[in-house]
Design a protein around this ligand. Structure first.
Ligand SMILES: [Zn+2]
Length: 311
């Protein structure tokens, strides 16, 4: 069976998989991401790909956060990382001797969910990753929609609160500031200030409080934590409604670390979506479903793209 290498460059680790054409994972390795050191990160990605390729694989796919010019294989800009104008595809290809494709991390995750995961069987798909920030991938009529340059679906940076919190992209009040892990971080700090003897403060135990503590408290049913998720979930659902008005997908798949908390986030998102989307009673229901492939989605999708697998 044909196989390819898929690499997902995360903020803390670079995950590499060798993936068969049916989507199954044949081998996995990972290394820490050398934060803020672009040449070292490129070397980590290329080295990991070369290592995995010793076991087989006819091509390499790489998913990276930020604006990727797909045709050129260049990572042009990442709002929260040091990447600027890096010809990643050619660098990896030279190192491994294999053909390579580079795409946005949410695009490759969307492709994985479309081919092998929660969106299998649909042709029009919106994927939203809710982690520290928000990423997006669009499958339109069975093909990834990348726009004119490859920059489409940078949905996290739609301004929804002009006077809102500052964003890594230089603007204020981007959607990812109010509807992702960053929003949970802020709500966590506010809650600890409001109730220093509450469950979230107890879980932080003197460390810097973050969304992670909110997740932990919400799993225990702590009302303040559940309320924080409801706030973030509602902002998520409102944003999804706007995107569904624009794109008219058949299904919305929500992945990413924060979304893994499940119903505590997705139920309020679904409720806000139905209130905000245009004429819900005059359109077929648009299911908002959890992603199926978890942390592997990016690398699996990158490998599938590298294999050029048809829809
Ligand atoms: Zn932004």
């Amino acid at each position: 069976m044909r196989s390819a290498i898929g690499i997902d460059i995360g903020g803390t680790k670079v995950a590499g998989l060798r993936v068969a054409e049916d989507g199954s994972v044949l081998e996995r390795r990972e290394r820490p991401t050398p934060a803020d050191d672009v040449p070292a990160t490129v070397e980590t990605v290329a080295g990991l790909a070369a290592e995995l390729a010793e076991g087989g694989g006819e091509a390499v796919g790489v998913g990276a956060a930020g604006m990727v010019e797909f045709a050129a294989g260049t990572l042009r800009y990442a709002p929260n990382l040091a990447w600027r104008e890096v010809p990643l595809r050619d660098l990896v290809s030279e190192r491994t001797g294999l053909p390579c494709v580079v795409d946005n991390d949410a695009n490759v995750a969307a492709w994985a969910e479309y081919r092998f995961g929660a969106a299998r069987g649909f042709r029009h798909v919106l994927l939203i990753t809710v982690g520290t920030g928000i990423g997006g991938g669009i499958v339109a009529d069975g093909a990834l929609f990348r726009g004119a340059h490859g920059f489409a679906a940078e949905i996290g940076h739609i301004i929804v609160e002009p006077d809102g919190p500052p964003c890594g992209c230089g603007n204020r009040g981007c959607w990812e500031q109010v509807a992702s892990g960053r929003a949970l971080d802020r709500l966590a700090r506010a809650e600890v200030e409001r109730d220093p003897s509450g469950r979230i403060a107890a879980l932080a135990a003197g460390d810097e409080v973050s969304g992670r503590h909110v997740s932990e408290a919400a799993r225990e049913g702590d009302p303040a934590a559940v309320a924080a998720f409801a706030t973030v979930g509602r902002r998520l659902g409102e944003g999804i409604a706007g995107l569904v008005n624009v794109l008219d997908p058949e299904v919305v798949v929500v992945g990413g670390g924060v979304a893994e908390e499940g119903a505590v986030l997705l139920d309020p998102a679904r409720a806000a979506f139905v209130e905000a989307v245009e004429a819900p009673e005059h359109r077929p229901e648009v299911p908002i479903v959890p992603a199926a492939l978890g942390n592997d989605a990016g690398a699996i999708g990158a490998a599938a793209l590298a294999l050029g697998l048809p829809a």
